[in-house]
Design a protein around this ligand. Structure first.
Ligand code: PRX
Length: 648
């Protein structure tokens, strides 16, 4: 009897706990509480669901004018104790990371929580042996193999700040990121597999390090067994070091607001921005959103197809799932290798319950024969997710019908590198999923739409610029080394608000639909690309006088890049020059930023103050040159006609 009563109390308190949202009513209550009593709301979430070495003195302290944001100040913790150690007693044999290699013939690796603990501890000891200590920055340039997650967690264990750079970036992009935050160490691999190709990662690191004087150590994971050059005194194979390292590395006790990681994102101008995420708030928010937005239940197998080089992988492959003791699939390969059924083969093989991917992948796979899907049993799927860019209705319908069999809610999750976690999304089975809408804000999130004069729009059924009025725990705290830029980019356009850079529409029920960027960031295949760095790369070509990049709609990539380029006088062969320009972009920015269309022009339309009128160029690239509006105030209206005539 006593036992039954105890179970009942446990059951009821679980129902009441805002950590585990189980119904629409529960969500609405939680949302209301989070608005009316944010401190009490977050205190309960933090207190009941995480391990703290010392409790906070303050829940939240914020001032968007400075801007300064602190969550759980005074608290002490270690995120790896929350993601690993606390699960060991009850879930030691449970798979934490399920690694699916590039080659389907190779065996998947089930890394249990106990094994993960051992591997992270050993790696942390190797870092310490190399002089890495709390606060040091470590660059991780590793493909999607277990050592990527392990080295991330090893840094967190000793309080080193990880800066993961997507292992598809060029040597120049890597060097910029290493230098920006002074990484003493780089962790990499000899190479990586990507479908049928291999990539010489170590060669890229060697090239990058020619201009990184601060880096003194390179740890190399063996993945493809290629011959690589090892620079004596600097480069070491990591495996022998791990073999002799102790499997016990006590946690470093970290302050709530100590940085956990830096992750770079493109801006509309200048160099990439090193977004700084701190420890406690990020942990609480990524774990809480993971639990609810994927409705993760014990023993589910969850798969996010992103790369850990992006924020989605940080929050929803590593930290969020592991903080909940989940099984998180990590996939090394690409959706089209060995054929376009690979994703679905993996879903069947590992009985995946939650599947989270990007619209660009959905669109690419939807173009292929349905046979690639129908061959596999997808009945394990319960929830589907989408992230990174607006998902168009056609892709949504295909995902819903062919993958979800009209039986799986699709959560269209809106968020950013800067936000650390999902801010707007449906909760599967709880709130309504609406095609092309991210729908409702998560508890604690206060969105606002602003008009062009900076006034909040309170009516529904309107478009506006999307801002957030109140801090949430996982927001980035600054841009590494440039707090002024942080303030100018996010807190200046709309006083006392965080400005997202996105436009949005709100319907009569308060559902948000993200309409796209309102700045000069273009999202290509889910990757944020600032126009300025690409234009800088193009302008380095000796024949180029000036250039402007805009986006235009593309069936699979969502957007593709259109470059208008004015040349200096000289002789050139157009196709050769186009290839040279794209090679330059691939080298300086990365292959993802190559232009789909290049138009050579004699001049670009400019305002009287000399600014290139991208709005006009965008319309021309989108075949909307009949909607240019008034161009008479331009400095050089005559060049518009010429650009239209030459349009591709
Ligand atoms: O424009 C929005 C778009 O991606 C931007 C953030 O990109 P990034 O920092 O790379 O993070 C991507 C993964 C979180 C946003 O400003 N975006 C992201 N998710 C969505 C989206 N646009 C529409 N719908 C989404 N679900």
């Amino acid at each position: 009897m006593g036992r039954i009563l105890l179970n009942l109390v446990e059951f009821l308190s679980e129902q009441m706990s805002h950590y585990n949202l189980t119904s629409k009513e529960h969500y609405l209550n939680a949302y209301q509480d989070s608005m009316e009593h944010p401190e009490k709301f977050w205190e309960e979430i933090a207190e009941e669901n995480f391990v703290w070495r010392k409790k906070w003195e303050n829940i939240v302290d914020w001032d968007f004018t400075k801007p300064e944001i602190k969550w759980f100040e005074g608290a002490k913790l270690n995120i790896t104790e929350n993601c690993i150690d606390r699960h060991l007693e009850t879930k030691g044999d449970k798979t934490a990371i399920l690694f699916e290699p590039n080659n389907p013939e190779d065996e998947a690796e089930h890394i249990t929580y106990t094994q993960l603990s051992e591997r992270v501890n050993k790696f942390a000891n190797v870092l310490k042996d190399h002089g890495i200590k709390k606060g040091d920055r470590v660059c991780i340039y590793v493909p999607m193999i277990p050592e990527l997650a392990i080295s991330v967690l090893a840094c967190a264990r000793i309080g080193a700040v990880h800066s993961v750079v997507f292992a598809g970036f060029s040597a120049t992009a890597l060097a910029t990121r290493i230098n920006d935050c002074d990484c003493k160490m780089v962790i990499t691999a000899d190479g990586s597999y990507r479908g049928a190709k291999t990539i010489d990662l170590k060669g890229i690191v060697d090239e990058a390090l020619k201009s990184c004087p601060i880096t003194t150590d390179v740890l190399v994971v063996k993945r493809i067994n290629s011959e690589v050059e090892m620079t004596e005194g600097r480069d070491k194979w990591v495996q022998p070091l791990l073999d002799s390292a102790s499997p016990i590395c006590p946690i470093e006790i970290i302050d709530a607001e100590d940085p956990l990681f830096i992750l770079y994102t493109s801006g509309s101008t200048g160099s990439p921005k090193g977004m700084v995420h701190t420890t406690a708030g990020y942990m609480v928010y990524s774990a809480y959103t993971f639990k609810n937005i994927f409705q993760y239940q014990e023993n589910d197998v969850y798969w996010c197809t992103a790369d850990i080089g992006w924020i989605t992988g940080h929050s929803y492959i590593v930290y969020g799932p592991l903080a909940n003791g989940a099984t998180s699939v990590m996939f090394e390969g690409v959706p089209s290798y060995p054929d376009c059924g690979r994703f679905w083969e993996i879903v069947e093989k590992h009985k995946v319950n939650q599947f989270y991917t990007a619209p660009t992948a959905i669109r690419a796979l939807a173009k292929e024969s349905d046979e690639f899907v129908n061959k596999y049993d997808l009945s394990s799927l319960k929830t589907l997710g989408s992230v990174g860019e607006p998902i168009n209705e056609e892709a949504w319908n295909w995902y819903n019908e062919k993958i979800g069999k009209e039986n799986c809610p699709i959560v269209d999750t809106w968020w950013q590198t800067e936000t650390g976690g999902i801010l707007i999304s449906a909760l599967p089975g709880i709130t309504k999923c609406i095609p092309t809408f991210a729908t409702l804000p998560f508890p604690g999130v206060q969105p606002a739409l602003m008009d062009e004069d900076g006034k909040e729009i309170t009516e529904n059924n309107t478009n506006g610029r999307l801002c957030i009025k109140f801090p949430w725990p996982s927001m980035a705290r600054t841009i590494w080394g440039n707090h002024t830029r942080y303030k100018e980019t996010y807190f200046t356009a709309f006083a006392n608000n965080y400005f997202t850079g996105d436009g949005a529409f709100r319907d009569e029920n308060g559902n948000y639909r993200i309409t796209g960027r309102v700045d000069d960031v273009i999202i290509v295949s889910g990757h944020n690309l600032g126009t300025a760095p690409i234009e800088d790369a193009i302008n380095e070509h000796p024949l180029v006088a000036e250039s402007a990049i805009v986006g235009f709609p593309h069936d699979i990539k969502g957007n593709a890049l259109y470059g208008y380029i004015t040349l200096k006088a000289g002789n050139y062969e157009a196709d050769e020059l186009k290839a040279e320009i794209n090679a330059l972009i691939a080298e300086k920015v990365g292959p993802i930023a190559k232009l789909n269309k290049i138009q050579f022009t004699n001049g670009l339309p400019k305002t009287r103050s000399g600014k290139i009128m991208r709005r006009i160029l965008r319309k021309i690239a989108c075949n909307e040159s009949d909607q240019l509006g008034d161009i008479s105030t331009l400095l050089n209206p005559e060049c518009v006609e010429e650009v239209i005539e030459g349009a591709l």
